[in-house]
Design a protein around this ligand. Structure first.
Ligand code: FCB
Length: 463
């Protein structure tokens, strides 16, 4: 049994589900432009309609209520609310989120709002994007406005979803929008995403609305493939870039010295200004953690690259550590090629409790893609996903028992959706979506999750 008050949620993001890219005065985002470029998205998929949540949100909230979710994590689309990322706001865009939140509240579902899940207004990218410092200030203004308009009904706020992805997939590997491959710019982007978080927290706190505010990071335990010095150095480097660069900044107000040293040939870091780290490291009410898998790495030349490679032609996101190989350690993998390892979640949670103590934690994303099939009898049987979520929830429970301040869990994702560069080929939903008809069907994992929530804990081993 989980503690009373444990948050049982599911998560989505605006770009992956809404569609309606030109509806009601929405501006253009970097993902709109990216999807139009040949070779960027598997199969040439795009999110014009996505799963039409912009029009179907009432039905989707009803589904959440049927599942018994106590919370729903969603993101707002910046270009829907402020089409150019600066200047005029679009009342119709804001109204959509007000209607969505009111609908959630009418069923007693707690709205968890993420301010940025990767859909930067194109006008801001044209002005330099995240490598430009001004983008952080634009984001703080945006956050202040959304908070002023919605904090009467939304209590839980998070700033930037997975800054690692925005910075290093967006500006170093180019797998994500805007698709740039510029290591020095990616590093500037990483700092400015952290700064955007810090300035947004400041701006929201200044409104004294009593909101709970957090940052959101994607964490992976990183293990060396062997005990060799080269492999241990590789693990230190990847842990530094993936985890500590963001955790130390947000929770300690400092960048790790060894990571700065690894990157010193790429940049002199002169873009870090006095006061930035104090703003970035200001106290948070909670940390949102997205967990999917673990990395096993090798520093030896020619280290095998795991099956979890990028779907499209792209470079390395691991700036300054491009020599590191990602090794498949032989665990079962999901349809993404990501190794299934719930013990990595335990390690991650324990590490947070030990090295970054006292901040309440939430798993804000956890889940798996599998090749789901809608059966002739109209059901979707997804035992692998049930087993994945069951194992990870069991781990969450063990972590809580060991004293980790974990207070909630959000499955990724509520519904199948547009999985970025992978397009619609990868299904993460508890709910199956037929992309032709937009029909929604509860998978067995959704029914299992609903039972778990109703019971307030795990009922027994999954089949
Ligand atoms: C995370 C993203 C989310 C989704 C999952 C599978 O990195 O935050 O949008 O794509 O991965």
């Amino acid at each position: 049994m989980f503690p009373t008050g444990f948050v049982w949620g599911a998560a989505t993001s605006a770009y992956q589900i809404e569609g309606g890219l030109t509806a009601d005065g929405r501006g253009t985002s970097i993902w709109d432009s990216f999807c139009r470029q040949e070779g960027r998205i598997v199969g040439g998929d795009h999110a014009e309609t996505a799963i039409d949540h912009y029009n179907r949100y009432r039905d989707d909230v009803k589904l959440m209520a049927d599942l018994g979710l106590t919370a729903y994590r969603f993101s707002v689309s910046w270009p829907r609310i402020q089409p150019d990322g600066s200047g005029a706001y679009n009342a119709k865009g804001l109204d959509f989120y007000k209607r969505l939140v009111d609908e959630l509240l009418s069923y007693g579902i707690d709205p968890w709002l993420t301010l940025y899940h990767w859909d930067l207004p194109q006008a801001l990218e044209d002005a330099g994007g995240w490598p430009a410092r001004d983008t952080s200030k634009r984001f703080a203004d945006f956050a202040a406005t959304v908070h002023a308009e919605l904090s009467d009904r939304v209590r839980n706020w998070s700033t930037v979803n997975e800054p690692w992805c925005s910075a290093f997939l967006g500006y170093a590997s180019g797998e994500h929008a805007p698709g740039r491959r510029e290591p020095a710019a990616a590093l500037r982007a990483a700092h400015h995403l952290n700064l955007a978080h810090g300035l947004a927290v400041q701006a929201m706190r200044a409104q004294n609305a009593g909101s709970q505010i957090g940052g959101c990071v994607n964490l992976y335990p990183v293990t060396p493939a062997t005990a060799s010095e080269a492999d241990q150095d590789a693990a230190r480097r990847i842990d530094g870039l993936q985890n500590r660069f963001f955790l130390d900044a947000l929770l300690k107000g400092a960048y790790p010295e060894d990571v700065l040293a690894d990157l010193s040939h790429i940049s002199d870091m002169s873009f870090i200004q006095d006061g930035d780290l104090a703003a970035i490291g200001a106290p948070l009410d909670m940390l949102l953690v997205n967990y999917y898998s673990r990395f096993t790495v090798s520093g030896a030349p020619g280290g095998a690259v795991s099956a979890a490679a990028a779907p499209t032609d792209s470079g390395s996101p691991w700036i300054g550590s491009e020599h590191v190989g990602f090794v498949n350690a032989g665990r079962p993998v999901t349809a993404m090629g990501w190794e299934v390892d719930d013990s990595g979640l335990y390690e991650t949670l324990r590490r947070l409790a030990d090295e970054y103590p006292r901040v309440p934690l939430y798993i804000s994303e956890n889940g798996a893609a599998y090749d789901d099939v809608l059966g002739e009898d109209g059901t979707v049987h997804d035992p692998d996903r049930v087993a994945y979520i069951e194992a990870h929830l069991r781990t969450c429970h063990a972590a809580i028992e060991s004293g980790v301040p974990l207070q909630g869990y959000f499955a990724w994702s509520l519904m199948d959706n547009f999985e970025w560069a992978w397009g619609y080929g990868k299904r993460f939903g508890l709910v199956y979506v037929d992309y032709e008809t937009q029909a929604r069907t509860l998978k067995s994992s959704a029914l299992w999750y609903a039972d778990t929530i109703r019971h307030g804990g795990l009922l027994g081993r999954a089949q």
